[in-house]
Design a binder for this molecule. Structure first.
Ligand code: 13P
Length: 255
């Protein structure tokens, strides 16, 4: 198992402009004031903000990440796309890949497992840390297919990925994102354990991969989530867009 370091990763999605830096600055102030135990704070912001924010936050304890990247390592004829090299050079240290909002089930032209695998390899090659999202839909959960779905996403997404130390698995049940619903204690316990076992079985991984949870994390439910064994942190959407909400999550996590 990793040490007690907890990840609090904000996923801003399509939110924010230059003035939103004040949100992160407020979080930074809080962290400095409380020397917030062992936490690693990452904000995955829109590409337009990576450069500005990462230079403003240089030498601070807040890390900037990106929310997606193209699979190609090279420049190419991909209108509107940015690759891992480009986000890295802009100052990102992390990148979210495989988020359900970018997968094929949600978007007509969305990411397949095959593409996600290529993106993960490209990101690692460019020395980025990958936040690899996996999760089942409501329908799949109802049909008792959660483990099967997660297993498939892990097998395909991490196929022949060498450096698993650069990967954080974010378990994000699709039905939990933005809905206010979180899995029941037992259910989440079992799923995290399943992912951990799967990684050690399929990748001979001795617990070095961090597993975080995402989906409707807030300051009211964090005490339940932090009680789950083996969770190394949280991927936080809506609540990361407000300094107060984000700080309250961290505070309540260590209560
Ligand atoms: P919410 O926290 O808004 O449910 O979003 C979760 C998410 O998608 C993080 O990547």
């Amino acid at each position: 198992m990793t040490n007690n370091l907890k990840y609090f990763i904000g996923n801003w999605k399509m939110f924010g402009d230059f003035s939103s830096l004040k949100i992160i600055n407020n979080v930074k102030f809080h962290i400095n004031k409380t020397k917030s135990k062992k936490s690693r704070i990452v904000f995955c912001v829109p590409s337009t903000l990576i450069r500005h924010f990462s230079s403003k936050l240089k030498n601070s304890n807040i890390i900037i990440g990106a929310q997606n990247c193209h699979f190609s390592d090279d420049y190419g004829p991909y209108t509107g796309s940015i690759n891992s090299k480009m986000i890295k050079r802009a100052g990102a240290k992390y990148v979210i890949l495989g988020h359900s909002e970018n997968r094929i089930q949600k978007l007509h032209n969305g990411d397949t497992d095959f593409l996600i695998n290529k993106k993960i390899k490209s990101a690692i090659k460019n020395n980025l840390n990958v936040i690899f999202c996996i999760g089942e839909t409501f329908k799949e959960r109802k049909k008792n297919l959660t483990n099967k779905i997660l297993s498939g996403q892990i097998n395909k997404g991490l196929h022949s990925v060498k450096n698993l130390n650069k990967v954080i698995i974010a378990y994000e049940p699709v039905w939990s994102i933005g809905t206010g619903m979180i899995p029941k204690h037992n259910e989440l316990n079992k799923t995290i354990l399943f992912i951990r076992r799967k990684l050690s079985k399929s990748f001979k991984n001795k617990n070095s991969v961090k597993i975080i949870y995402g989906g409707s994390v807030n300051s009211k439910n964090i005490h339940k989530l932090v009680a789950i064994k083996g969770i190394n942190g949280f991927l936080i959407g809506g609540a990361s867009q407000s300094a107060k909400n984000f700080i309250d999550i961290i505070k309540n996590c260590y209560k």
